[in-house]
Design a protein around this ligand. Structure first.
Ligand SMILES: Nc1ncnc2c1ncn2[C@@H]1O[C@H](COP(=O)(O)OP(=O)(O)O)[C@@H](O)[C@H]1O
Ligand SMILES: [Mg+2]
Length: 295
C-alpha cells in the first residue's frame, strides 16, 4: 500500500480532506508537524517516520525564529535529497513564501508584476511611496491571508509606518495600489493545468477569504489561464494558487503565488474535487518515478 505524509504546522481542514482523498484511492496517509521532526545529523538515513513513505504534501512552514525556519527548510531539503518526493518541492516553497523572490523572478520572465520597490531604508521607502503614486500597499515579505498589509495614502502616515516597520526588523516591500474594485482572481494549478478558479469579492480592498472575501464562480479566459500557468512555471510550482489583480485598465497583474494553496473557499464555487485531484496527481507521479529505472 502506498504511504504519504502531509506536513505542515497543525492538522486541520485541508490535511483531513487530503487524508480522506488518499484513503479513497487506497493509500495510507498521516500528518506530521514539521516543527516536531528530529534528525540524526550523523546518519545518512531517512528519519524513521519517513521510511517507506512514497511522497509528501507540503502544506505550510510554521512561522518561527530565523534559526527555526532555516532548520525546517534544511530538514525538507535533507528529506528531498534522500528520496522523498514533495508536492511542492522545498525549492518552490522557498520561492513562493517570499514575495520579493517571487515578484523579481516573474518580472525577469516578462510577466506583469505591479510596480514594486523593496528597501530596508526609510528614506528610500518614502521616495518609493511618491514614485509609486502616493497610494501604496506595504506587504510583509513572508505574509499570507492579507495579514499585516497596509494601504498608505498620505506621506506622514507612510513615514511613521516605515519607521516603525524598519525598527521592528521589517523589509519594506512596497507596491503600487492597483484599482481593482476590491476583487481579485485565484487560479488553482496542478501539474501544468488550471483545475479551478474563482473571483474573490472583498469586504475591503484585500479580497482574501481569511478577511471575509466572498468566493464567486469564475471562468478564466485562455489568456488569464496562460498567464497563471506561465507564472507557476517560472516559480517551478506544480501546485499553485496564483493571485491575479484585475486592474481597471484591463491588465492582469500577478500579485503572488501560493505554493501551498488552500481550497476551502474555492470548493464552494467549483465542482472540482481538489483534494482528490492532488492525491491522484501525487500517486501517479510517485508511481512513475518508482517505475523509472535509476542510474
Ligand atoms: N498592489 C495591490 N493593489 C491592490 N490590491 C492589492 C495589491 N496587492 C494585494 N492586493 C489585495 O490584497 C490581497 C492580498 O495580497 P497578496 O499579495 O495576495 O498577499 P497574501 O499573501 O497576504 O494573500 C490580494 O488578494 C488583493 O485583494
Ligand atoms: Mg494572496
Amino acid at each position: 500500500m502506498k504511504r504519504f505524509l502531509i506536513t505542515g504546522s497543525k492538522p486541520g481542514f485541508h490535511s483531513r480532506q487530503l487524508s480522506s482523498a488518499f484513503s479513497r484511492l487506497g493509500a495510507e496517509s498521516s500528518f506530521i508537524p514539521i516543527d516536531q521532526l528530529t534528525f540524526h545529523a550523523h546518519s545518512p538515513n531517512l528519519p524513521d517516520l519517513f521510511k517507506g513513505c512514497d511522497g509528501a504534501v507540503l502544506r505550510a512552514i510554521p512561522g518561527g525564529s530565523l534559526e527555526q525556519i532555516i532548520f525546517r527548510m534544511d530538514a525538507l531539503y535533507t528529506l528531498e535529497r534522500r528520496g522523498i518526493v514533495f508536492l511542492n518541492s522545498p525549492k518552490t516553497i522557498e520561492k513562493t513564501v517570499d514575495k520579493y523572490y517571487t515578484s523579481s523572478l516573474l518580472a525577469e520572465h516578462g510577466l506583469p508584476v505591479p510596480p514594486t520597490i523593496v528597501t530596508e531604508r526609510v528614506e528610500e521607502g518614502l521616495e518609493a511611496f511618491h514614485r509609486l503614486g502616493g497610494d501604496v500597499v506595504y506587504k510583509p515579505l513572508f505574509g499570507s491571508g492579507g495579514k499585516g498589509m497596509l494601504r498608505l495614502t498620505d506621506e506622514k502616515t507612510a513615514e511613521q509606518s516605515f519607521r516603525e516597520l524598519v525598527s521592528n526588523g521589517a523589509v519594506l516591500y512596497l507596491q503600487r495600489f492597483v484599482q481593482c474594485d476590491k476583487q481579485d482572481i485565484r487560479v488553482f494549478i496542478l501539474g501544468g493545468r488550471v483545475i479551478a478558479a474563482m473571483r474573490r469579492i472583498g469586504v475591503e480592498w484585500r479580497a482574501n477569504c481569511a478577511l471575509g472575501g466572498k468566493p464567486a464562480p469564475y471562468r478564466p479566459s485562455p489568456s488569464v489561464k496562460n498567464l497563471a500557468l506561465e507564472a507557476a512555471t517560472v516559480i517551478g510550482a506544480e501546485l499553485a494558487g496564483v493571485d491575479l489583480l484585475p486592474a481597471k485598465d484591463g491588465t492582469y497583474y500577478v500579485s503572488e503565488i501560493n505554493g501551498s494553496p488552500a481550497w476551502r473557499g474555492l470548493s464552494l464555487v467549483s465542482d472540482v474535487d481538489i483534494p482528490g485531484e492532488i492525491a491522484r496527481y501525487l500517486l501517479k507521479k510517485t508511481s512513475e518515478i518508482q517505475a523509472t529505472p535509476q542510474g
